[in-house]
Structures are given as C-alpha cells and as structure tokens.
Design a protein around this ligand. Structure first.
Ligand SMILES: Cc1cc2nc3c(=O)[nH]c(=O)nc-3n(C[C@H](O)[C@H](O)[C@H](O)COP(=O)(O)OP(=O)(O)OC[C@H]3O[C@@H](n4cnc5c(N)ncnc54)[C@H](O)[C@@H]3O)c2cc1C
Length: 465
C-alpha cells in the first residue's frame, strides 16, 4: 500500500519537540497533532485516495509557516499544504508521509476594498465566506481560480517569503502568481491571497429544460454556445441521476425524462430576459418537452438545491461511489456520453452523469462497493477508460479536480516525456528537493514500486463534486 509503507509510523521526538516549541497551544486547541487517532482524520480528502501523515500543524501566521519550513528542512521531512481538505484528487494527502500544514486557522478576510473590487484574504477562508470560483457551475461565464487571483504571498521551501503578482492591473515581469495557481502545493505554501471581487448581476434567470433523449440535451448545449450565448451556468443531469435526486430532494425534476439542463443567464434585466428567451427557443428546437423558468428566488433555490445535493443523493444508493472529472470539447458531448454508457455496461456498473455541460466538464459517478477488491479495481479501470476517451476526443484528464495522486499515472496520456520534463524543471526551480507535496502530479515510483491505490474499507460515499 502506497504511503504507509514509505514512512515512519511515529513522529521523531526531536521533530515533535521543535514543532511544539514553534507552535504553542492555541487556547484549548493543540497546534501540533501526532497521535494516530488524530492523524486518521487527515488521511483522506474528498477522493478515493488514502495516506496518513506523520503529523499535522496549524499555523496562524506567515512567520509561523516560515518556522515550520525551517524545522522541516532541519529534520528532512516533507510538508503538504492543506486548506479545507475537500479536494477530489488526493492533492492534500501525505502520499509519502510528512507533515500536513493545515491552513484551517488562517481563515481571516483581512480587507475588503469594494471601490477597487479587491479583497485580501488568508488561504483558509472557505467558499461559504467568500465565494471564489474554483471551478464548477459558473466557470463557463466567470472563469476559474486563476481568473480571480491577483497576488499571493508565499513561503518557499527555503523559508523565504515572496510576494507575487499585484493588486494593480497587468504587473510587469513573469506572471508567477498565475504559475502558482494550479501548482497543487508543489511550489510553495501560500499565506495570503489578493482576489478580484465581481459584482453580483442585476438579474438572474434560471431555466429547467427536460428532454426525452440525452443526445437532444447535449446537442442543445452545443447550439446555445454556438449561437454566441454564454450562460452563467449550464448543468446537465442524466435520467438515472434525476431519479436519484428527486427521490431525495423533491426539486420538481421530471422523473421520466432522459436528461435535464439547468441553464442560468444573468446580467442587466433586458439582456438576461432576451438571452433566456433565446435559450428556451434552442431547447424547444431540440425537442425539449418542457422548458420552465424559475418564477422567483425560492423556485431558483429549489432547482439549485437539486443540483447541489445530487452527490449526496447518489450516496444513499451505493456503499461507495467514485466521481470522475474529465473535460472534453463540448461538441463531443453526445458521443462521449454514449461511450460512458458503454463502459458502464462493459464493467457492470451503474454510472450516473451530472456535469458542467457548458464547458464540457464531465463528472461520471461510478457506483460500486469498495469492500469488494475486484469491484474497486474495476471502478478504477472504468474511470481510466473514461478519461482515456476524453483525451482521445481532444479533451484532458481533469477539468477542475486536479491531478494530485489520483491521476499522475494518466499524465502521459496528455503529455510527452519532454513536456513533463519541462514542467518538472519549473517545479524544481521552486521546490528542487521536492520537500513540498512530494509524489504529486508526475507519474512516480515509490519505494521501488509502481504506486498501487490503497483500498478503502469504509462504507461511506467517498467522492463528490
Ligand atoms: C461536494 C463537493 C463539491 C465540489 N464541487 C467542486 C466544483 O464545483 N468545482 C471545483 O473546482 N471543485 C469542486 N470540488 C473540489 C474542491 O472542493 C474544490 O476544488 C476546493 O476549492 C478545494 O479547496 P480545499 O481548501 O478543500 O483544498 P485542499 O483539498 O485542502 O487542497 C487542494 C490542493 O491545494 C494545495 N493547497 C491547499 N492549501 C494550500 C496553501 N495554502 N498553499 C499551497 N498549497 C495549498 C493542497 O496541497 C492540494 O494540492 C468539490 C468538492 C466537494 C467535496
């Protein structure tokens, strides 16, 4: 089993002593965890991966992060940055042991400058407190994290603090802040972030369109964007998932439809209304049997409640499920969904589909029982086949969940050795000894063996999106 086999089981007492000295207790809370029962909470994130760290530390300031880095260098241990630990690719797990640096207590919004549309925040601030598009439903119109991050403060593996980017527009020099976003904790530990604030739209129109065939729904998505309309969100759910959700949330989704689209347009009132009318027309052209516009915020919230609780709904139906994340050109949606359905039949798995259709970001959900070793292997194999097909049609191995330790072995599907060697040289410029988040992103051998996924023994649903 990867992870556990490659590290010591207890934290070195001198290391523990140094960490405790640098991070005194925080009131009633410990700032350093090292007991096995505490570490169990940090051996997983939202993915199907597992790896237990040797310790977890909770800094409150950048100065404490610098101290942690210096101690880690002295003791030759690796560090893994962790935010809320909700990632879906094992990015925040200690794949090769080491100390997790949890930013859960660096969670302050330091400054909100509405006039200049900027906010300065600590890295542990969660989405519920400051809505920042990591990916997800509103990516189509609003972009992903890199489109909202302007500047960062970083502690490098040397212990130096650097400031990258600027809250002013178009700073000169290399876009190193952009380079850090998406580096999955392999370049440095981020201790402060300046983000761009986006004004809420004047009007939001939310439409639900129901179809009798998946192809009609996917072709509708292709035509909406081909007409130059960029919805704020364009989400799709297939028939199996609709029924799972409706049974749980009662959002009013038509139970006998093969697929639904949840489409949102926003902006100034006249523009939003005109776009909503055009979207409805395209849906009907593609044989939508029902197009419903939410009358008020209560109806809108109910439709979104259905979408957002879909993964919870699926979790009621299977001991485990595995959410995949692939991205394809949206024109390839019809054939890709057909292929996913074939893969499900081939392996004997139910595969539900709920995804960000507008940007071709798929989330097939494979239902299986992780207690059955063969099923676990087959689920991983089915997921690999789906991702290989995404690449074959011109897509990529991840749309928003990242590579982490889940998909490092799939990187060669997309990149040549020369491509990956260049990326590794960039990583080495910041993190030459791989003391930060080792064993992530690039295909690796650990302990002389190819990585084998640890098997989950728990019975809960593991992965959501
Ligand atoms: C129910 C559910 C729904 C989701 N929906 C979406 C979605 O719609 N779109 C989407 O994009 N994602 C989604 N996700 C995935 C995930 O929640 C988000 O991507 C989220 O932004 C990850 O933040 P986190 O703080 O939990 O990251 P973590 O899992 O803690 O860390 C992610 C990566 O960032 C690194 N890292 C964390 N903090 C630092 C730091 N301070 N410095 C350096 N590196 C650091 C870690 O090492 C790791 O590699 C969903 C997850 C769940 C469970």
């Amino acid at each position: 089993m990867q992870g556990a086999a490659c590290r010591s089981d207890t934290m070195d007492s001198r290391l523990l002593h140094d960490l405790n000295a640098a991070l005194p207790r925080d009131g009633a809370q410990q700032s350093v965890l090292h007991e096995p029962e505490d570490l169990m909470l940090y051996e997983y994130d939202g993915s199907v991966e597992l790896a237990r760290p040797d310790g977890v530390v909770f800094p409150r300031t950048a100065t404490q992060v610098v101290e942690i880095v210096k101690i880690a260098n002295r003791h030759n241990v690796s560090l893994i940055g962790r935010g809320a630990g909700t990632g879906l690719s094992g990015g925040a797990l200690a794949r090769r042991g080491g100390i997790i640096v949890s930013f859960a207590r660096m969670n302050q919004i330091l400054e909100v400058d509405t006039a200049n549309q900027r906010a300065r925040v600590q890295p542990g601030v969660v989405n519920a407190d400051l809505s920042l598009n990591a990916g997800g439903p509103h990516t189509l119109a609003y972009g992903v994290t890199t489109n909202h991050v302007l500047a960062i403060e970083v502690v490098l593996p040397t212990g130096e603090i650097v400031h990258l980017g600027s809250s002013a527009l178009d700073p000169p020099g290399y876009d190193l802040a952009g380079l850090f976003v998406g580096s999955e904790g392999t370049f440095g530990l981020i201790t402060e972030i300046t983000v761009k604030l986006t004004r809420l739209p004047e009007t939001i129109k939310t439409l639900l369109a129901a179809f009798d065939s998946v192809d009609d729904a996917t072709e509708t998505v292709v035509e909406i964007t081909a007409r130059g309309i960029t919805p704020a969100a364009c989400e799709m759910m297939d028939g199996w998932t609709i029924r799972a959700v409706e049974d749980y949330v009662h959002a009013g989704f038509p139970l006998d439809s093969a697929a639904i689209l949840l489409i949102e347009v926003d902006g100034l009132q006249e523009a939003a209304e005109s776009q909503a009318a055009q979207v409805a027309e395209v849906c009907r052209l593609h044989r939508a049997r029902e197009v419903r516009v939410a009358k008020d915020s209560r109806e809108r919230d109910l439709l979104w409640k259905g979408r957002k609780n879909a993964f919870g709904a699926v979790g009621r139906l299977s001991p485990t499920y595995y959410t995949q994340d692939g991205v394809i050109p949206r024109t390839k949606l019809p054939q890709t969904l057909r292929r996913i359905s074939d893969i499900g039949r081939q392996y004997g798995f139910e595969i539900g589909n709920i995804f960000h259709a507008g940007d071709g970001n798929l989330h097939p959900i494979i239902l299986f029982d992780a207690r059955d070793k063969q099923q676990f292997q087959n689920a991983v194999a089915a997921a690999g086949d789906i991702i290989a097909f995404c690449v074959e049609v011109g897509g990529a191995i991840t749309g928003e969940h990242g590579v982490g330790m889940e998909k490092d072995h799939l990187m060669p599907l997309l990149f040549s050795e020369a491509d990956m060697a260049l990326m590794q040289r960039v990583r080495d410029a910041f993190n030459p000894a791989q003391m930060l988040n080792p064993g992530k992103i690039f295909p690796s051998k650990s302990c002389g063996e190819i990585h084998v996924r640890p098997q989950h023994t728990g019975s809960g649903s593991r992965s959501r999106a």
